[in-house]
Design a protein around this ligand. Structure first.
Ligand code: ADP
Ligand code: 5GP
Length: 195
């Protein structure tokens, strides 16, 4: 039997509030054989967060130990607060058995993955406009006004990094953006994706 080909690593990134989490949930539901790598974080769980499903919640000490042990493919301090990281072992295990893996990480992390895993497919999710990004962030009601201002400020800097990614995906109509993401994964499986 022919050995199954190694999977592809897809990295979904972009400013806070652009819809990464929403697109990720859709992709995992719609695309067979795509797995999500659950990140570690030092932030405390929010109501509704499930350990091991949404994140692995670890202490700052545990996180530092994992960094020393070289267990992270990438990690970053996000929005000046907690640290988040992708476990190398989780990603490798899935790619080795031929499954495609999706990461949903911040821009600093995505740029680390880009230089470490040259055949990863990096996708920057863009809002239709800055005004719409602000509307979405406000509509989500998960940040204080100060946090919101900081995220919008970071967003302006992050948008400048978009040209470093393989693909830019405008999340205007959710169905269309989801379909475009699905097409990228399918094209990659058929060897038709330009990288
Ligand atoms: P992120 O994970 O990038 O921070 P979310 O997925 O939490 O962003 O989305 C932020 C808000 O925008 C949520 O309230 C979500 O329902 C909404 N949203 C996501 N995509 C769209 C879209 N295409 N059109 C309108 N609202 C959207
Ligand atoms: P939240 O705490 O709101 O779930 O996520 C905050 C931010 O952290 C989001 O932009 C999300 O993409 C990012 N993030 C989540 N997991 C990781 C990770 O493993 N690495 C990096 N670099 N960023 C992450």
């Amino acid at each position: 039997m022919k050995a199954r080909e190694r999977g592809t690593l897809f990295v979904l990134s972009g400013p806070s509030g652009v819809g990464k989490g929403t697109l990720r949930a859709r992709a995992l539901k719609d695309i067979e054989g795509l797995t999500y790598s659950v990140s570690c974080t030092t932030r405390p769980p929010r109501p509704g967060d499930r350990e091991g499903v949404d994140y692995r919640f670890v202490s700052e000490d545990e996180f530092s130990r994992m960094v020393e042990q070289g267990r992270f493919l990438e990690y970053a301090k996000v929005h000046g607060g907690p640290r988040y990281g992708t476990l190398r072992e989780d990603v490798e295990r899935e790619l080795d058995v031929g499954r495609d893996v999706l990461l949903e990480i911040d821009v600093q992390g995505a740029l680390q993955v880009r230089s470490l895993v040259p055949d990863a497919v990096t996708i920057f999710v863009l809002p239709p406009s800055e005004e719409e990004l602000e509307r979405r962030l406000r509509g989500r009601r998960t940040e204080t006004e100060t946090e919101l201002r900081a995220r919008l400020e970071s967003a302006r800097r992050e948008l400048e990094e978009a040209p470093k990614y393989d693909y830019v995906l405008v999340n205007d109509d959710l169905d269309e953006a989801s379909a475009a993401l699905r097409k990228m994964v399918m094209d990659s499986r058929e060897g038709r994706l330009r990288r």
